[in-house]
Design a protein around this ligand. Structure first.
Ligand code: FES
Length: 76
């Protein structure tokens, strides 16, 4: 994840969930996986395209996936 994203960046367009909401779920609510993220934010609970590259069904592919964000914080 070399590219920098603003905290206002919308990671999940279906549910209009920003990067800052995802980070809050991970850091403050201790979300550890996609199910936790969906529980706290609703992100990834509709089409699923934002969860990972393999599930991205959109014509224009997303720049950032929930799995990438989780990977970064689960490694710490
Ligand atoms: S873009 Fe996140 S569920 Fe569709």
């Amino acid at each position: 994840m070399a590219q920098k994203f603003l905290h206002s960046y919308i990671v999940c367009s279906c549910k209009n969930v920003s990067l800052s909401e995802i980070l809050f779920a991970i850091k403050e609510k201790n979300a550890k996986n996609l199910k936790d993220i969906a529980f706290y934010t609703d992100a990834g609970s509709a089409c699923g395209s934002c969860t990972c590259k393999e599930k991205d069904v959109g014509e224009k592919k997303m720049d950032l996936y929930l799995s990438q964000i989780l990977d970064k914080y689960n490694k710490k």
